[in-house]
Ligand binder design. Structure first.
Ligand SMILES: *Cc1c(COP(=O)(O)O)cnc(C)c1O
Length: 561
């Protein structure tokens, strides 16, 4: 066997072959009593951190210019080798030299297209601790203090959202029979958990009915004489809500969008009207029917536009009709940490449940989501017990979660909150919102661009509109002509976005939004989407991104001419 001290890639031909044997196996587990073991751990940690640091230094762009087709050609071998192929040191240096440059440098200030970006460096260390401790918070027996810590962290964020009184938190922070929420793998499973709880709460057990979790959707509808059960959601909500409708047996066509107003926010008067018409509606079959509205979902920071629904007014409507009100604040939630901008989420404290992602604006590493419930007993509706873990009466966190085994993510969030304080987070949140505002002004100043959705938080959409098409578009009043011109603009924007992405220096994403909601000419157009969360992304960087887009457009229009 090679000495494990070898750091440089080795030329296998010159050395004895690597073998998998019992002796080598002993060395891959940590033995605290062994000094060599400590040195080995340190050495590889250094190799990873320094290697990645150097990589990030030398790759300021977003990704290496290499086609997906080329890449897939390299990854076609499907046989697992029976003998070891590489030593750890070689695996690490291979990852640094050939995986990292072909991954996406989401930490680049020029990477402003998605909700995944730079994270504070200490997150890497915290993640390493979580891996090293390898706790499983499904049960107390494999996590102990980390289950207790998780309840504390959940209570802290619950308080940030709902701001109930001190005695409430004293009572529930460590209570073994109540839950203020749970950690999840992400926003998708947090939303799914919220809608699952809302469904089960609506169809909870009663005389002659054991509850929907036991009897299923058909049983529930039958028992109550409903035709169907639905969720009403903001039209610009995240697709995870539709997915939840599918998984929960509701049918995703029964996750029904409520129209937005001219500002892309949920139209509350339409919501009211829909609820009233469903409450008395006859089923489509002509049979006298009733519709069960299990929840209304508003969004605080829409994925595509960053818009916040009128939460306070939606809460009013939900309370009037006793409907569960869920707020999807996967993106926007941490804005509550900012004194200057928390007001943008006013009304969130009136929700029944709230989703927040840790791996978005809490700047945590992939992946972490959370869901919170105002009523500390409501998660009883999804409790599952078993004999070997999660016994009745135990405090095991796995009793009321969608996931089974889970990592101790609360340790990362708790530490980050201690390192940053709300003020530290607020600096990042405020920078994002204010830089996005400045970016919007810059877009409006430029002849070649049009702002499509005004930023409310730190997301905006815009498109490239060459002046000669822009002038025609302004004058056009015939619907066909408007659609034809928008079609041209769609093609231009798709092409520019793709070429910019392929060049690998900077990245904005692309989506489609309605160009004039509530107006006659409304239809979807292609827009470029910028998400500005990286504190290193400045207005100068964003101007360069626009310059590059103009340049790309000029080069393609030149080619076509
Ligand atoms: C990102 C996002 C989600 C989905 O969260 P994942 O963590 O990707 O599963 C849901 N809702 C909103 C508003 C989001 O921005």
């Amino acid at each position: 066997m090679e000495s494990p001290d070898q750091l440089k890639p080795i030329d296998i031909s010159k050395h004895s072959k690597l073998v998998a044997d019992w002796d080598s196996l002993q060395r891959i587990f940590i033995r605290p009593e062994d000094e060599d073991c400590k040195a080995t751990l340190l050495k590889y940690m250094e190799q990873i951190l320094f290697g990645l640091h150097e990589f990030l230094n030398s790759h300021v762009g977003v990704t290496e210019e290499i086609s997906l087709l080329n890449l897939t050609e390299t990854y076609k071998e499907t046989l697992i080798s029976s003998e070891p192929e590489k030593k750890l040191a070689d695996v690490i240096s291979d990852i640094i030299s050939s995986i990292a440059p072909r991954a996406v440098n989401v930490a680049s200030p020029y990477f402003v297209g998605h909700m995944t970006a730079a994270i504070p460096f200490f997150m890497v260390h915290l993640k390493a601790i979580v891996a090293a401790l390898n706790q499983n918070v499904i049960k107390l027996e494999t996590s102990k203090v980390l289950s207790v810590l998780e309840k504390q962290v959940l209570a802290k964020i619950h308080r940030l959202i709902f701001d109930l009184d001190e005695s409430f938190y004293q009572k529930h922070v460590q209570s073994t029979d109540t839950s203020l929420g749970s950690f999840t793998t992400g926003g998708t499973t947090a939303n799914l958990t919220a809608l699952w709880v809302a469904r089960n709460h609506f169809f909870s057990p009663c005389d002659g009915f054991e509850g929907i979790e036991t009897e299923g959707m058909a049983g529930a509808l039958n028992h109550h004489g409903f035709d169907k059960a639905i969720y009403l959601v903001s039209k610009r909500c995240h697709f995870s809500l539709k997915k939840a409708g599918g998984i929960l047996g509701v049918g995703n066509k029964h996750v029904i969008p409520v129209d937005v107003n001219a500002e892309y926010r949920m139209d509350v008067s339409k919501l009211s009207k829909m609820i009233k018409s469903f409450s008395k509606s006859a089923g489509t079959s002509g049979r006298k029917g009733k519709t069960a509205i299990m929840a209304v979902v508003g969004v605080a920071g829409a994925t595509e536009t960053g818009i916040v629904d009128p939460l306070y007014e939606i809460a009013d409507v939900c309370r009037e009709h006793s409907i569960h009100f869920h707020v999807d604040a996967a993106w926007g939630g941490p804005v509550l940490l900012s004194e200057a901008y928390a007001g943008k989420l006013a009304g969130i404290e009136r929700a029944d449940s709230v989703t927040i992602d840790g791996h978005k604006q809490f700047f945590m590493p992939m992946t972490c989501g959370m869901v919170f419930f105002r009523d500390p007993k409501i998660m009883d509706r999804i409790a599952y017990y078993s004999n070997y873990v999660n016994r009745q009466g135990s405090v095991d966190l796995g009793i009321k979660t969608l996931e089974g085994s889970r990592e101790a993510n609360s340790l990362i969030l708790d530490s980050a909150l201690k390192i940053m304080g709300t003020k530290g987070y607020a600096l990042m949140i405020d920078h994002g919102i204010e830089t996005t505002r400045a970016f919007a002004d810059e877009i409006k100043k430029r002849q070649m661009f049009e702002l499509v959705t005004e930023p409310e938080l730190n997301i905006l959409t815009y498109r490239l509109v060459p002046p000669h098409i822009g002038k025609l578009r302004e004058k056009a009043y015939d619907r066909k002509e408007i659609e034809r011109l928008d079609g041209l603009l769609d093609d231009i924007n798709i092409m520019v976005q793709r070429k910019q992405r392929e060049a690998g220096r900077s990245f904005v994403s692309r989506t489609r939004v309605n160009c004039a909601p509530c107006r006659e000419n409304d239809h979807e157009v292609v827009v470029l989407r910028a998400v500005i969360m990286n504190p290193m992304t400045t207005i100068r960087v964003l101007s360069e991104v626009l310059d590059e887009q103009e340049k790309i457009y000029k080069s393609i229009s030149h080619e076509e001419a």
